[in-house]
Design a protein around this ligand. Structure first.
Ligand code: UD1
Ligand code: CA
Length: 452
């Protein structure tokens, strides 16, 4: 069976009150629309046509691997599907239609749903859910024998209909030919003056076709996001699910309520995640690490047995056995080598730090290639910027950099070299040399304070 999909993502998202298109707002660190695309692909979709309109440019810049179709004016969900009619002229069989604002749908649910539709031979099937609070959704009205009757939007519903908790999840399977036949007959004589996609179901039924209803086991998976309050609620559901998956895979999460892990993050077994921790983007973390409290990792590659607390690290690599923090900022392009100790107000940018080196207090290291087992004294600064250009600093293996050293780049310190505390190094230091670059101390033997 080939499955083709239409995803509706052209709406303004008025209720979000946002300059950004609603479907690009993120849940679990990923745009809602991307979640929907990922879910339909998992369910076996071979082709996704995304209907865009509001903020179309930005949607096309953010999302790839799908076909786009423009809905110039947003006249309703039925009208949106009609904009994609040309793209389905050659199609036969089933088309799956969903909204770009239902980010918690899973591939498993969509697979079950489409399979149920296929075996039922219905002209259309609609996915429904029992919502604890059905406010804002289209309500499902059934015949007395339990079969489908119609869907009523909240704004068109009577007080009685509003009490119905079974809602339209906005996910449908249609026989593609019958879909476009019915869409041509949809009118906009309703409270919102819009062409409603769900009206096609009633049109098909009245034409003698069978319309199936498939109810999701977990209503959470069908949450539709129209406002920022709903966005936060969906994010919360998503985060909990991700945390549970990780815990089931052998990761300890001390407080799932204060741990925020993005969808694509991977974490190895026996790693412990402490509270107030954000692990974002494409971050991967190895086994037996101890991460947090108060960590933010974004797009990081972290090895095994790393200990990190109270720090922010992004677009960089931390190798096995590193001890990091408190209060470290690791910036893009950095590799912190195996067994390095780094912490207490240290910033590292675009640098390589060799195995076993120590940066224990108050350093700025930028554009630097540092060898193994280097001891960097407190207060060391690489002066990498002359106001116009950036220059690199090179430090060899086993070097010892005394406290409060300035290394004025471009400069190189050889293997095993020593630098006296308080030096400002402007010339290369050959290997095994001691460099001292500071004023000599003068002691004046007999000295009376003239003020006394
Ligand atoms: C829609 C359904 C409702 C269902 C709910 C599920 C209709 C009329 N109502 O309501 O029965 O319970 O979803 O979440 O279908 N869109 C377009 N073009 C348009 C209008 C909307 O592409 O002209 C897109 C939006 O970007 C959005 C989706 O369609 O992704 C749904 O639109 P929205 O306005 O959120 O519909 P709801 O009021 O939530
Ligand atoms: Ca919606």
């Amino acid at each position: 069976m080939t499955l083709e999909t239409i995803i509706l993502a052209a709406g303004k998202g008025t209720r979000m009150k946002s300059a950004m298109p609603k479907v690009l707002h993120k849940v679990g660190g990923k745009p809602m629309l991307q979640h929907v695309i990922d879910a339909v692909k998992k369910a076996g979709s071979s082709r996704e046509v995304v209907v865009i309109g509001s903020g179309a440019e930005l949607v096309m810049q953010t999302i790839s691997g799908v076909e786009f179709v423009m809905q110039e004016e947003q006249l309703g969900t039925g009208h949106a599907v009609l904009s994609a009619e040309k793209n389905f002229e050659q199609s036969e069989g089933t088309v799956l239609i969903l909204c770009g604002d239902t980010p918690l749908l899973t591939g498993e649910l969509l697979q079950k749903f489409t399979a149920a539709h296929e075996s039922s031979k219905c002209a259309a099937t609609v996915l429904t859910a029992e919502m604890p609070d059905s406010t804002g959704y289209g309500r499902v009205i059934r015949e007395t024998d339990g079969t489908f009757k119609k869907i009523v939007e909240e704004k068109d519903a009577t007080e009685f209909e509003k009490k119905i908790r079974e809602v339209n999840a906005g996910v449908y399977c249609f026989d593609v030919k019958k879909l476009f036949g019915a869409l041509a007959k949809v009118k906009n004589d309703n409270a919102q003056g819009e062409y409603y996609l769900p009206d096609t179901l009633t049109i098909l039924k009245e034409a003698g076709e069978t319309v199936g209803v498939f109810t999701a086991d977990y209503a959470d998976e069908t949450l539709g996001i129209n406002s920022r309050v709903q966005l936060a609620a969906a994010d919360r559901v998503f985060r909990m699910k991700k945390n549970h998956e990780l815990m089931d895979a052998g990761v300890t999460i001390i407080d799932p309520n204060t741990t925020f892990i993005d969808c694509d993050v991977q974490i190895g077994q026996d790693t412990i995640i402490h509270p107030n921790t954000y692990i974002e983007g494409k971050t991967t973390i190895g086994r037996e690490c101890d991460i947090g409290p108060d960590i933010r990792f974004t797009d990081m590659k972290v090895g095994n047995k790393v200990k990190a607390q109270f720090s922010y690290c992004h677009e960089a690599e931390i190798c096995d056995g590193v001890t990091l923090g408190p209060y470290v900022h690791i910036r893009p392009g950095t590799t912190i080598g195996t067994d390095v100790k780094i912490g207490n107000f240290v910033e590292v940018k675009n640098s390589n730090i060799g195995k076993g080196s120590k940066l224990p207090h108050l350093q700025y290291i930028g554009d630097t290639d540092m060898g193994a087992n280097v001891n960097v004294g407190c207060g060391t600064v690489t002066c990498n910027y002359d106001g116009k250009n950036k220059f690199r600093t090179k430090i060899g293996d086993n070097a010892f950099i005394g406290c409060n050293t300035n290394l004025v780049a471009p400069v190189s310190v050889g293997d095993g070299a020593y630098i006296g505390a308080g030096s400002t190094i402007t010339k290369d230091v050959p290997k095994n040399n001691l460099a001292v670059a500071r004023a000599r101390q003068t002691n004046i033997e007999v000295w009376k304070d003239k003020r006394k």
